[in-house]
Design a protein around this ligand. Sequence first.
Ligand SMILES: NC(=O)c1ccc[n+]([C@@H]2O[C@H](COP(=O)([O-])OP(=O)(O)OC[C@H]3O[C@@H](n4cnc5c(N)ncnc54)[C@H](O)[C@@H]3O)[C@@H](O)[C@H]2O)c1
Ligand SMILES: O=C(O)[C@H]1O[C@H](OP(=O)(O)OP(=O)(O)OC[C@H]2O[C@@H](n3ccc(=O)[nH]c3=O)[C@H](O)[C@@H]2O)[C@H](O)[C@@H](O)[C@H]1O
Length: 333
Amino acid sequence: NDYYDPALKRGRAALLARSGVYVVDGDIADAELLAKLFDVAPFTHVLHLAAQAGVRHALVDPMSYVRANVAGLVALLEAARAADPQPAIVWASSSSVYGLNSHVPFSEHDRTDRPASLYAATKKAGEEIAHVYNHIYGLSLTALRFFTVYGPWGRPDMAYFFFTRDILAGRPITVYESSGGGTHQTTISRDFTYIDDIVKGCIGALDTAGRSTGSGGKKRGPAPFRTYNLGNTSPVPVTQLVDLLEKMLKVKAVRRVVKMPRNGDVPYTHANISLAQRELGYRPSTDLQTGLKKFVRWYLEYYNPELAVKQKQHGSSNGKGSRGRNGSTSSAR
Ligand SMILES: NC(=O)c1ccc[n+]([C@@H]2O[C@H](COP(=O)([O-])OP(=O)(O)OC[C@H]3O[C@@H](n4cnc5c(N)ncnc54)[C@H](O)[C@@H]3O)[C@@H](O)[C@H]2O)c1
Ligand SMILES: O=C(O)[C@H]1O[C@H](OP(=O)(O)OP(=O)(O)OC[C@H]2O[C@@H](n3ccc(=O)[nH]c3=O)[C@H](O)[C@@H]2O)[C@H](O)[C@@H](O)[C@H]1O
């Protein structure tokens, strides 16, 4: 869909195709298409990442979340349970299911019944729906609760991405610094997790997913039903994220620092990852500074190759704007 620039999605698909992955464009809620795919190949595993993401956009287009994250998930589970053999399914839930939970670090045993956004509520609904398909049809189901994933080829609606774009363009950015008031002020922070670490967690989950125990819609025995946090377990204040970007871009941000509005965001996230460590061998190894450097290098090469070359040659930008892939003029000041 065109929630953000489809050219970026096509670029990722081209990377996949180059590595021998067969890419089909389609709607996850299209039952006929899914049935055809399951006819063509006896999939052993499915890694399901398609969703309407983004916590704040749910205020703008609530139904897109219901369609992709609820109807889309059910369509996939229906296709999987009818398949013979049934595949094991690993899918992306979200740290946002912890909502207003205040017990840190967030553990899989903590409450997830107080979501702060419709996005979070649809992911939580997905976790409950998955339980039904495990219970009735014996599908092996693993939900991975990703914590604020960032890196090259990332999502332009996420703060680290549009802060980079706006800082380079000299546009002001709005930084949520705290929430609450009086003695209950909370510093807004995130357990930012680098994409390569998340990928390793996904592979760990696929490799240990066991088998679905049904075929053709019939359950034959108990199958795994699992939920894991995939975070970095090292929260960083959003203000510090901006400090790091300023250093890497060599541009001072124009900051508008405000209290966090009630727009679906939660004040902080912090993953307890012991379970994933133990059972998936998950060991995140990228701190925010290292991961952001890789993101910034990619960003400049993708959107602003001229500036990337200048930064490499001179170790600093020259202050003159240059035209990038997105057509916008970015000026390093
Ligand atoms: N990036 C994060 O910080 C983060 C954190 C927690 C969970 N997640 C989850 O991880 C998964 C991947 O997220 P992402 O950040 O790469 O987001 P993304 O938006 O880049 O990827 C999701 C993809 O799903 C596609 N999609 C949406 N509706 C679809 C539909 N009906 N049929 C087929 N495709 C559809 C979109 O076009 C998009 O390409 C999502 O499920 C997201 O909710 C992401
Ligand atoms: O882990 C997840 O489950 C979620 O991760 C991600 O959500 P978030 O952690 O909210 O990331 P993101 O929007 O980049 O905001 C980062 C920080 O910047 C703050 N923020 C945001 C906007 C702004 O203008 N100013 C600001 O300070 C904001 O308050 C926050 O503190 C995914 O987008 C989402 O799909 C979901 O899956």
